[in-house]
Design a protein around this ligand. Structure first.
Ligand code: DAH
Length: 380
């Protein structure tokens, strides 16, 4: 290689730091790297190749660090830095190839270009990971499956009847306003109960299931729901819920409390406590919100000397809505054996995304839906 040493690559000073000029300069450098690498025929060639490119004093890498990166104006630093890093990696890979080959006493490069260079690293095949929402969505039903519940699903595009009317939200009732509904366009010609919308909760599947299955019934219903909420760190127009419904001849509020207390302990750890607080939902009476003692700070409201953010220092996290099925709801499915004088039941609904946010310490719900591999691979 010594005879070719006059033609060895010398990095130019850069005047133009635009991305296209940087691309050109990087291209020239990499072409020279490849050419000089091709000319390496023995161990001493390889050493001189390595020193020319990598020597701490005056090697090409050191030089481009000075001439390109340090000389770059502030606003071009990022671009230049990126390219310098790529180049560094390519140079180091070449040198490594040589080292591997010569250390083993073999020639790193086999002259015949048709043959395979066995010293090259193999193709990496990334292994997929379950999405954190899917993971959480699957864990919850499995807790209930152990209690004898089965899993049901229903349509995401729903009618007014199932999303509202049969759940005891009468037409024009103000409780509908709480649901921030996304309506399907051009439905005005239809009778109100047939008009389509994106379901705002998984509760309509309660009605669909009771129409198909006679009591007793115990089901959980995971699914996608939509609300007209502008996206921010804690809101997304599309999110996920898990609904539950149990109906039999003598179900009481005690059954509801026992079941949910058990489920919360199975999901968040046996040491969590539950707290039931009165609330309102049109389709349950009485209704409650379930608070779980904060499994991040253990209920103290503090993490060391810092305030605990997930529970807003209260020591409690609101996890779900629930209640005893309102007799008015049973009236809509009375024909299938749900006579409110004979059966009773409880229902509950919780937000999957919120639980995943808490469980994995994610600070922005949007991250779940942006498909950025750098975020998702952390769950592999
Ligand atoms: N569907 C309610 C919502 O999205 C949540 C809910 C509350 C579901 C109470 C229930 C329940 O089944 O009993 O706001």
């Amino acid at each position: 290689m010594s005879s070719k040493s006059q033609t060895r690559y010398v990095p130019p000073k850069l005047r133009d730091f635009s991305p296209s000029a940087l691309d050109k300069a990087a291209e020239k450098l990499l072409a020279a790297l490849e050419k000089e690498w091709q000319a390496v025929a023995n161990e001493s060639d390889w050493r001189s190749f390595r020193d020319h490119w990598m020597a701490r004093k005056d090697g090409v890498l050191t030089q481009i660090n000075e001439l390109w990166l340090k000389a770059a104006p502030k606003d071009a630093k990022r671009e230049v830095g990126q390219r310098v890093n790529e180049i560094k990696k390519r140079v180091e890979d070449s040198a490594q190839r040589g080292e591997n080959g010569y250390k083993a006493g073999a020639k790193a490069r086999i002259a015949d270009s048709d043959s395979v260079d066995i010293s090259l690293p193999g193709l990496r095949r990334p292994i997929g990971a379950e999405h954190p929402i899917i993971k959480t969505r699957n864990e919850t039903p499995s807790v209930f499956r152990n209690l004898g519940y089965s899993v049901e699903e229903g349509p995401v595009i729903e009618t007014d009847y199932y999303n509202f009317e049969a759940l005891n939200f009468p037409p024009n009732h103000p409780a509908r306003d709480t649901q921030d509904t996304l309506f399907v366009a051009n439905q005005e010609a239809k009778p109100q109960r047939e008009r389509l919308m994106l379901r705002t909760h998984t509760s309509p599947v309660q009605i669909r299931a009771m129409e198909r299955m006679k009591p007793p019934i115990r089901i959980v219903i995971p699914g996608k729901v939509h609300r007209n909420d502008p996206p921010d760190a804690s809101h997304s127009p599309m999110f996920h819920q898990i609904e539950g419904l149990a109906v039999d001849t003598s179900i009481t509020f005690g059954d509801l409390k026992g079941t949910l207390d058990h489920a919360m302990k199975a999901l968040f750890g046996s040491s969590v406590k539950t707290h039931f607080r009165p609330s309102f939902f049109p389709f349950t009476e009485p209704s409650a919100e379930v608070m779980v003692s904060c499994f991040i700070c253990g209920g103290s409201g503090k993490r060391g000397s810092d305030p605990c953010r997930p529970c807003k220092q209260t020591g409690w996290i609101e996890i779900l809505g629930c209640g005893m099925v309102d007799p008015n709801v049973f009236e809509f499915v009375k024909h299938n054996g749900y006579d409110p004088k004979k059966v009773s039941g409880f229902a509950f609904g919780m937000g999957v995304d919120r639980i995943a946010i808490l469980k994995y310490g994610v600070d922005d719900i949007q991250l779940f839906f942006q498909g950025d591999v750098r975020f998702l691979e952390q769950f592999g």
